[in-house]
Design a protein. Structure first.
Length: 72
């Protein structure tokens, strides 16, 4: 019986620590999602403001990647 009591009290701090870690991770994930959404909105604005430059950059990068891939 005493060993069960010791097990219970020994696991309580671990449970509290685990809960703390889970809450911190949830907060980090939420902040990462918000930052990703802000970045996506900023990228969308740049593309809408400069469509021809965006097409040119995409074409140039595609051409560069194609040339580098063929060099094997």
């Amino acid at each position: 019986m005493e060993s069960r009591l010791n097990e219970t009290t020994a696991t309580e701090p671990r449970a509290i620590t685990t809960e703390k870690i889970v809450e911190e991770l949830k907060g980090m994930i939420q902040r990462a999602e918000e930052k990703a959404l802000e970045s996506a909105k900023a990228a969308d604005k740049v593309v809408r403001d400069h469509p021809y430059q965006t097409i040119g950059i995409a074409f140039g990068l595609g051409l560069l990647i194609g040339v580098l891939a063929r060099r094997k």
